[in-house]
Write a protein that binds this ligand. Sequence first.
Ligand code: NAD
Length: 487
Amino acid sequence: MDIRCQNLIGGTFSDGANTLPNLSPADGASLGTRPDSGRDEANAAIAAAKEAQKSWAQVTAPARGAALFRLVRLLERDQEKLARALSLEEGKILPEARGEVGKTMRYVEFAAGDCRRMTGITSESEVGGTLGMTLWRPLGVVGLITPWNFPVCIPLWKIAPAIAAGNAVVLKPAPETPATAHLIAELCLEAGIPEGIVNVVHGDAEPAKALIESPDVAAISFTGSTQVGLMIEGECAKRHKRVQCELGGKNPLIVLNDADVAMAAAACAKGAFGSTGQRCTATSRAIVQSGIADEFVAAVTEAAKAVRAGHPLDEATTMGPSVSERQLAQVLKYMEIGKGEAECKTGATRLGGDLASGYFPEPTVFDHVAADSRIATEEIFGPVLSVVRVDNLDDAISAANGVRYGLTGSVFTNNLQDAFHVVNHLETGMTHVNNPTIGGEAHMPFGGIKDTGVGAREMGPDAWRFYAEEKTVYINYGGGARKGNLF
Ligand code: NAD
């Protein structure tokens, strides 16, 4: 792959002031280049978006939906190309990349359908001859700041509802994954989404800050780390700017004594080691009742040892690399911390040999981890599982909730009451029963609580409402002056 990624501003592709290489995390191979833009490019994109949005807001919602349906068909046509680019630059294995692109089509399709469901309310008024109703109006220009770990689906699960609601967007994708953002930009243009409605500015923090600070950007939708998200939330609050942040996680999978242990261990391994542990919904803690703990740890350790790390395009590979040297360094740091805090069952090293030129951590299981230790409470974002042993359900809930994060969690049990006890008491935005912690569907809300989530949920039937303002209208159809209490 050799893609010269460019900014898309007002329908024109251009290089930024500076250019940086895009390198594969699997072996350091060159994948092309990307602009390293600053504030000037971001401000130019905001200006283009502001101009274009005026006419987009006049396009009817069903016609905006038709453009999104055309985008779905193009995503379908190019799904293999997108999946390979994603796999090469982010490092997830090809089947996972194909899965991400497949899900993305469902998100865009759902937002396209929403364009015929943007209904408000109608109501009788207190006053005779008057009708009350609400309409949804776009916000204007929206800034989208996204991470590298789902570089196809997260940009599009924001772009689609934002433009469905009549906004223009400026996407600032993660610097680690520019090629997928470039391909998305090309497809948006080809789909006939008017020039200036989808703008893309590559770079790191500087162009993102321009979006946050610009008075012409009405809202920010951010997905990324809690550290950056909390800062963005504060900056938006100062400017009275609408903001939505989906941030870090430390997702627990609870296994009770009556669970199907083999099923729980398989789900746990999928959540912990799949996508190299770089899913926001990854399982990073197994909270296991003592009666089945030994059996569970043996099964999950065996699963970790069976993971085959390698080049993400190689069919035999079941785990690709960490996305970057920085990310690998973070994972290795926590492996060292873990060795001092708990019992290492397997892993806790960087893989070498044929894989030495890539950023490959070894799938790792720590056992007898204290619920309040660093490896059990801080986000690692790598294939590292901490097993916390507990005596009973209450201890499991209290261990699970003893972190600042609250994205997702799951419980494995055959007892309905216990399952609902966890559903009701787990401090997460999403809870699974007898399922892995990972996964999300287009028509279901997605997001977290506590330090994981701020603002409206993404996906689901209300996703587009974050990008719209509800206007209340009273219509006097009775003729004559309005009567009654006008307070
Ligand atoms: P990150 O916070 O480092 O970067 C995210 C985006 O913010 C990137 O586009 C980056 O360029 C930009 N950015 C960085 N510093 C900035 C600054 N000072 N001001 C403005 N923008 C800035 O996160 P990441 O490493 O790309 O992604 C991994 C993180 O994302 C993990 O913490 C993960 O849990 C989280 N995540 C959460 C969800 C969710 O839905 N909750 C989904 C995916 C990823």
